[in-house]
Design a protein around this ligand. Structure first.
Ligand code: SAH
Length: 208
């Protein structure tokens, strides 16, 4: 079973990521390593490497692999960064970030999801660079600010601008923004000012 998942993971990286334009070696290597099948519910396990989102319970979803790769690539991680992630969910994106960045601070508002992700990532996979918080992501995590990178995996109608005060100079944020018509947006802090650029259309669960 493990072998078949390993083969499927390789295929996912080639067909859904590399062939569709994901070029960052760090991202491709991280996604070739993290076993996505551990992050989906038992009932969905056979679909672990389909390029689509899957339900993870409590009305939430694990994002499709291509979008995880696209967002991670857009963060332009060099390896030394402290990253704030809003929307821990299954913890899959968290693991991909933790493979590349120095420290990941991940926040989720649903305690059950945060607890399950902590058990899997810390106890199960042995990550020591992931820190968990239960709470509203809109408030960030001031105690550990500033963050060089931020990623949001649930969509606010408008980006909570208070988070920019927790973003380091030259820092990047990648987030879905919008209601029915969501866009992935990247923000960059330059000389204390925020520049934004529109990336692609996306569909995320709403930020609660
Ligand atoms: N990256 C996750 C995506 C999970 S779905 C994955 O790939 O599995 C979005 C997550 O955002 C859910 O876990 C949901 O509980 C969380 N969320 C929604 N609103 C939130 C808020 N205001 N603050 C923090 N987390 C929130």
């Amino acid at each position: 079973m493990t072998d078949s998942f390993a083969i499927q993971r390789k295929e996912m990286v080639e067909r859904h990521l590399r062939a569709r334009g994901i070029a960052s070696m760090a991202v491709l290597q991280a996604m070739a390593k993290v076993p996505r099948e551990l992050f989906v519910p038992d009932s969905e396990r056979q679909h672990s490497y389909v390029n689509g989102p899957l339900p993870i319970g409590l009305g939430q979803t694990i994002s499709q692999p291509y979008i995880v790769a696209y967002m991670t690539e857009a963060l332009e991680l060099q390896g030394g960064e402290k990253v704030l992630e809003i929307g821990t969910g299954s913890g899959y994106q968290t693991a991909v970030l933790a493979e590349i960045a120095a420290q990941v601070y991940t926040v989720d508002v649903i305690p059950e999801l945060s607890h399950a992700a902590r058990e899997l990532l810390s106890d199960g996979c042995g990550y020591q660079n992931i820190h968990f918080r239960i709470g509203r992501g809109q408030e960030g995590w001031p105690e550990f600010a500033p963050f060089e990178r931020m990623i949001m995996t649930a969509a606010p109608v408008q980006f909570p601008e208070v988070l920019f005060s927790q973003l380091a100079e030259n820092g990047l944020v990648v987030a879905p923004v919008g209601g029915m018509d969501q866009r992935l947006v990247r923000y960059r802090k330059r000389n204390g000012k925020i520049e934004s650029s529109d990336l692609i259309g996306v569909i995320f669960v709403p930020l609660l």
